[in-house]
Design a protein around this ligand. Structure first.
Ligand code: FAD
Length: 403
């Protein structure tokens, strides 16, 4: 009797949730579980805007993967996945080749710049801990440069954010909080700092009611954020973003440009499977891939369809759906090992909270609109719950935001 090999790629919300649940459901004799992840730590992707703005230290949002896995059942390999061969059932990594009977792909998201000229080269984006730390460091360097220069460059104190979606707004909330701190640290006049958000659509945060959107705009504007809606960015260059305003192109200059307006699934999905759009694979009911009942995809690399036929649209990719998928997939893997049938994944959408800084937020949770301190508290509960679900009470106490 040979133990089945389960290979899990990625230890974000989706992959790690699968593993911590599965290790509780199976015994050592049932299967051999291997988890592969680029870093030896897990990071809270939903906190990366705080690391980028510098309102939290990056270490608060990470923990060692080995601290939450049961080493008797799961082998952890820190390595980068470089290729997936679905037909030969092998995965190549920087630590060699791995074969599998069952594969779980949970390699998360990347920035999507939609081919906008110069965006990849000239703007920074928030995709992982390193990129978030780079933004923090870059902003500090610009403030330091301004402060030390005899001839001041006002663009050193200008931060432009492309996109007024969820990530853009959350980032602006943290930046608005950080600016006064930076001003006192580098002896800079707060009025000289400019935080500008540029968005192509005429409206922001489409998932929220008009009242909540107005609340968010007022809260951020009162802290100095300037919004330019209905202003598409057509290029990025060394000066800043080139935008279209009243059919004319003009450059909004800044020495810090951050792109938050697009995410896609991991590019390895496009190179390993056919017909993949922006790194996301439409899943079957049980989270497997069409034609490959032994290969599963979850988290930001997956597309779970909502609705039937022509009207079907994928659910937005979130940590919330990623964790629920991980939970469900662990049960399906156990079923497969037991020779039972897998079951359908049903998403239970509980709501969304968008932070506007450390103590303010807007949200729609369990059918109710929330704003201000209440919404902010709810956000901290959600952040802490994600840690609790994977690491239990001790980790939630150490890393969480409400205990
Ligand atoms: P990830 O969290 O991206 O994890 C993927 C893992 O795979 C990482 O550990 C990565 O290092 C690893 N990996 C990637 N490539 C390789 C490779 N080649 N080899 C080995 N390992 C690799 N969602 C919400 O529900 N609520 C929120 O409030 C919210 N806020 C957000 C705020 C920000 C600033 C951002 C950026 C996102 C936010 N999201 C939020 C979305 C959420 O973070 C993602 O949907 C979620 O992280 C997806 O989880 P995942 O497990 O699929 O991927």
């Amino acid at each position: 009797f040979e133990r089945k090999k389960i290979l899990v790629l990625g230890a974000g919300y989706a992959g790690l949730q699968t593993v911590v649940k599965l290790q509780k459901l199976v015994s050592v004799q049932d299967c051999e579980i291997t988890l592969i992840n680029k870093n030896s730590y897990h990071y809270e992707s939903t906190w990366l805007h705080e690391t980028a703005a510098g309102t939290i230290n990056y270490e608060q949002g990470i923990y060692p993967i080995t601290s939450v896995i049961d080493a008797s059942k799961v082998k952890f390999v820190p390595a980068e996945v470089t290729a997936i061969d679905k037909d030969n059932q092998t995965v190549n990594t920087t630590q060699g080749e791995f074969s599998f009977d069952y594969l779980v792909m949970a390699l998360g998201f990347e920035s999507e710049t939609f081919g906008i000229t110069g965006m990849d080269e000239h703007a920074m984006s928030i995709t992982n801990v390193e990129s978030a730390r780079k933004i923090k460091q870059h902003i500090e360097e610009r403030f330091a440069h301004y402060s030390e220069s005899e001839v001041k460059d006002p663009n050193d104190l200008k931060i432009i954010v492309g996109g007024a979606g969820f990530t853009g707004v959350e980032l602006l909330g943290e930046l608005a909080e950080r600016v006064p701190e930076l001003c006192s640290q580098y002896n800079v006049n707060a009025e000289d700092v400019k935080l500008i958000c540029i968005e192509a659509a005429p409206k922001m945060l489409p998932m929220f009611s008009e009242e909540l959107v107005n609340y968010a705009v007022n809260a951020l504007e009162s802290k100095g954020v300037e919004f330019k809606l209905a202003t598409p960015i057509v290029a990025a260059n060394e000066q800043g973003f080139v935008v279209k305003e009243n059919d004319e192109e003009k450059t909004i200059e800044a020495n810090t440009a951050i792109w938050t307006a697009g995410v896609r699934g991991n590019a390895l999905m496009d190179t390993s499977f056919d017909g993949v759009k922006r790194g996301r694979i439409i899943v079957e009911d049980d989270l497997s891939i069409e034609g490959y009942p032994n290969i599963f995809v979850i988290g930001d690399c997956s597309a779970v369809m909502n609705g039937e036929g022509e009207n079907a649209r994928p659910y937005p990719t979130t940590a919330q759906i990623a964790m629920q998928q991980g939970d469900h997939l662990a049960k399906n893997l156990k079923a497969v090992l037991d020779g039972d049938k897998t079951s359908k994944f049903n998403y239970d959408e509980k709501g969304t909270v968008c932070s506007l800084g450390p103590n303010d937020a807007v949200g729609h949770v369990m059918g109710k609109d929330l704003q201000g301190k209440k919404a902010s508290f709810m956000k901290k509960v959600i952040d802490t719950r994600a840690i609790y679900k994977i690491g239990g009470p001790l980790l939630a106490y150490k890393k969480g935001k409400v205990l």
